[in-house]
Write a protein that binds this ligand. Structure first.
Ligand SMILES: [Zn+2]
Length: 178
């Protein structure tokens, strides 16, 4: 990964030899609601919550550049909760920095910075929680903190997102309502 991207989240992880990398990325992203509800394309056991450390447009450019080797299934915009999809759920996104978790999780990026809580708007929380609730329903993932985790909770994670300002209590209440 280029040095300039090392601080970008999500962390990429090199695929084991022979594994294919998800290359299905596109724009513009579709909008919500309602979310499409295709049958679960692959087993998923976790939803991983990230914060981009970039603006939405800058993170989108990073995801769309194969050389950056990072991607996420979804990204939620701070101002209005707009949701972009960048990797199909049936494909593996490079977001967790852990190949095992990448293969069985859905990654959601949130526009903002871990030390700038003003980016974690009501619109962002509500939109993301609806998305996570829909993903949990689709895959049968329990709506608990054991299964809806932060990037920092991925084993071996070197990233700290979503950080101490992310309101997990509020988020999980919204996920439960979703
Ligand atoms: Zn992350």
């Amino acid at each position: 990964m280029p040095r300039s991207l090392r601080s970008a989240c999500p962390a990429g992880v090199m695929a084991p030899s022979g594994a294919s990398r998800a290359t299905d990325r596109w724009s513009p992203p579709w909008h919500n609601p309602p979310y499409p509800t295709p049958p679960p394309p692959r087993p998923a056991t976790h939803v991983v919550v990230h914060v981009t450390q970039e603006t939405f447009p800058d993170a989108m450019k990073i995801f769309q550049n194969p050389r950056s080797k990072v991607s996420a299934h979804y990204m939620v915009a701070s101002a209005d909760g707009y949701i972009g999809q960048f990797v199909r759920e049936k494909d593996i996104a490079w977001h967790a920095g852990n190949w095992d978790y990448n293969t069985r999780s859905i990654g959601i990026e949130h526009e903002g910075w871990t030390d700038r809580p003003e980016y974690f708007t009501d619109a962002l929380y509500r939109s993301s929680a609806r998305l996570t609730a829909a993903i949990c329903a689709r895959y049968g993932i329990p709506r608990t903190r054991a299964h809806v985790i932060g990037h920092h909770e991925v084993p071996g994670a070197t990233h700290t997102d979503p950080g101490r300002y992310w309101d997990w209590t509020r988020y999980m209440e919204l996920v439960a309502d979703g």
